[in-house]
Design a binder for this molecule. Sequence first.
Ligand SMILES: Cc1ncc(COP(=O)(O)O)c(C=O)c1O
Length: 448
Amino acid sequence: MKPADELEARYIAAHPRSREHFAARAESTPGGVAKGAYFYRPYPLTMERGAGAYLFDVDGNRYADFANHHTGQILGHGHPAVLASVRAQLQRGIAVGAPMGHEKELCEELRSRVASLERVRLCNSGTEATLHAIRLARGFTGRNRIAKFEGCYHGSHDAVEISVSPPIEAAGPAERPLPHPQALGMSAGAVADTLVLPLGDLDAADRLIGEHAADLACVLLEPRAGVLDLPADFIRGVRQSATRHRVLMIFDEIVSFRLARGGAQSVYGIEPDLTTFGKIVGGGFPVGAFGGRADIMDRYDPAAGSGIGQSGTFASHPVTVAAGLAMLRALTPAAFERLNELGDRLASGLRQALTDCPVPATALNAGSAFAIHFLPEPPRDYRSSLAADKRWTQPLFLGLLERGFFLGHTLQMCALSTPTTPEMVDALVDAVAGALRDPAVRAAATGG
Ligand SMILES: Cc1ncc(COP(=O)(O)O)c(C=O)c1O
């Protein structure tokens, strides 16, 4: 067997039942995965169960979970308060086509945490949250175009899945990026209606916002752009630019709400006009939420007949609301402090371990979310991330699975949960060092 194949061969030998599941699924769902994000080579693990900070696959292997359901399971798996709340709700009713009282508590919980939230609406996903916030911004301002930053992901609807990871030859000049659809099949009109701004370049972004202000409904910004370290001045500058040009500012806190009790906006000291949420707000169930200024949100008041609306069969789902309430209530300031300290400890340990990598590599964290990059410095934006030596991503991911650690398979969207211990964090650092020394990992990365 060629050394380059050894790592995958070991993976296949250790995961025969996952392989059977994959093959069986492939008959009914394209690529053997029920959603794209599940896929990695040679085939994804099928998990049997999750408990606390651990996942168990169908082949009987245990993993410390450092992905936590795309960062959403901030309390880990099977948190007693979430389970109790969900069980109680299941007894009351799964979905009854009417409010059940506790949605007010979830909205209040969000409002009590985030100063800019005067009103809140609930939906089913982060994608829906950005969709509705953008539509609301358009309806409120009467303007059609929207602005977003290159390299930033805000969900999978046509208005925002633009210039997320464009081919560089189609991306246009750095200070004036061109909109590029992420996938075939997207509306050309949506692409034309999206102004793409350069991330991190405040002067250029401000200039573009100013030039297009008469047509622009909103500027959408995710404060950590995944797990990047955007300068606070940039984030505050975008807020000021939007205000100066009378364009609404939508802050996407779908991931960054795990940074602090009041979200990233409390850390940077800004007040967006609208904010979108998802992930941790649903306690592990499908969720989206958005809200902000009362004068904007109150256009939804059905009695006012403004022509602006939002609903959905499963929006404000009672079980989601019960789970989300339990999750948020468990997230005390002390819980955030501990998680963020663990995130710092992990990132600095990883940076040290990654010095042994034969190619330049580094790690960074945004509180309890973290990412590994095969670059000498963390990327500043999408374009600087393109220099990464991506050959190392899958071998390191597989090497960590072998050592009992489950990360996001891109090594970009990884996150801690409250049951994670400092010992587990240090063990992950050791595992990274061990994997990087493993000849099979090195051979897989370098092709031989
Ligand atoms: C910043 C950001 N916005 C929006 C979304 C979309 O959320 P969802 O996957 O719940 O539709 C995601 C998902 O990862 C995200 O990371």
